[in-house]
Design a protein around this ligand. Sequence first.
Ligand code: F3S
Length: 62
Amino acid sequence: MKAVVDPDVCQGHARCWELCPEVFSLDEEGHGHVAAAEIPAELETKVREAAENCPERAITVN
Ligand code: F3S
């Protein structure tokens, strides 16, 4: 599974990072980023939860 944050949509709510800091980080402006090219299987549920909880729907998982 892969996850991406659309930088044009992210408004820096930081829920992604709060819910799954193993995958999401925040840049100096507080916008979410995904460093991992591939999400480890054991974190997929948390990443989906983070995507569902982003108020801007900025996170795409596939
Ligand atoms: Fe941005 Fe959504 Fe995370 S707005 S910082 S991707 S919770």
